[in-house]
Design a protein around this ligand. Structure first.
Ligand code: RIB
Ligand code: CA
Length: 310
């Protein structure tokens, strides 16, 4: 059983990532922190609480940064809808937020269990950067640091940049520049995880989980022009899947630097697979075992569906 702390900006694919983390028996979610990203912090945090209760989770949820370190906030309402889960509105949550700020929650949680908890970030890296600045020792305490973000080829927000990185390039530069290995599960990998019609047949008969969340969310997500051909890429779940079973994803060691100055290239994860090994700071995800990924995803969704509170 691996313990994971998930920093997220729910977001449709974040919602599926949380379902995978909660539904897979190999993981124990020890906490969820929220950050502004796909939609404003009030919505990402509200969605985290609603998803938490809908899935039947029982973990602390701590609200984090509502805006990037330096830049003006970016959002992705065109992809996730104005409130972040397409046109889905889950029941009013009963759970309450932690009194702690996400940054303090991340620091204190990792400090209390050094070497035991995998830190997974599937939104902009603002909370991670703030935690690193406040307590640099989290690089020693985190068992591993895994992100959904970046790309070593093309971005999705623009030709150079993937959303999570361009949403806060300065924070991403802090995260990649810290003395830990970042497992970068970027678009080159996540675009292999397409919830196309064949895959979605595997999600059938999941009851309320299917009818109240998965189907309407994927229908909304799949409308986006970038997904119309091959189906929506459920990016964030790939980062969770890596932590569950690293053999699902091939990685290559590399040097990754984040561009923060470029007029056209800010937010680019400049990936050098040929840098000298002693300069490498990341394990970059390249190839997904697609069938095993969907088997993992379907199994987790089934577990969540079977446990949905009435
Ligand atoms: O580029 C995809 C990433 O940006 C995903 O994490 C998605 O949820 C958005 O945050
Ligand atoms: Ca996300």
């Amino acid at each position: 059983m691996k313990k994971v702390l998930i920093d997220c900006d729910p977001g449709i694919d974040d919602a599926l990532a949380l379902a995978l983390a909660h539904g897979n028996p190999e993981l124990e979610v020890v906490g969820v922190t929220t950050v502004g990203g796909n939609v404003e912090l009030e919505h990402t945090t509200d969605n985290a609480l609603r998803l938490h209760d809908f899935y039947g989770m029982d973990v602390p949820i701590a609200r984090g940064a509502g805006r990037p370190l330096v830049r003006e906030p970016l959002t992705a309402g065109d992809v996730h809808g104005n409130t972040g889960l397409g046109d889905v509105l889950l029941p009013e949550p009963k759970s309450k937020l932690s009194d702690q700020h996400a940054v303090d929650f991340i620091i204190d949680t990792l400090a209390a269990a050094p070497g035991e908890i995998s830190l997974i970030a599937i939104g902009p890296l603002t909370n991670i950067a703030l935690a690193l600045r406040k307590e640099p020792r989290i690089t020693e305490w985190a068992a591993e640091f895994v992100i959904m973000g970046g790309s070593y080829t093309r971005g999705n927000r623009n030709p150079a940049a993937e959303f999570n990185i361009i949403a806060d390039p300065e924070a991403a530069a802090v995260a990649f520049g810290a003395p830990w290995r970042t497992v970068m599960v970027g678009l080159d990998l996540t675009h292999q995880a397409r919830a196309n019609a064949t895959v979605r047949e595997r999600f059938a008969d999941l009851g309320r989980l299917e009818t109240e969340l998965v189907t309407p969310c994927l229908d909304f997500y799949g409308q986006h022009i970038s997904y119309r051909d091959e189906g929506p890429a459920i990016h964030d779940a790939c980062a969770i899947a890596y932590v569950i079973d690293p053999s699902l994803i091939q990685t290559v060691s590399a040097r990754v630097d984040v561009e923060t100055q470029g007029r056209f290239t800010s937010g680019m994860t400049v990936t050098d697979f040929r840098a000298p090994a002693d300069q490498h700071n990341a394990d970059v995800a390249t190839t997904l075992d697609v069938d095993r990924f969907w088997t993992l995803m379907t199994g987790a969704l089934r577990n969540v569906a079977d446990r949905l509170p009435d």
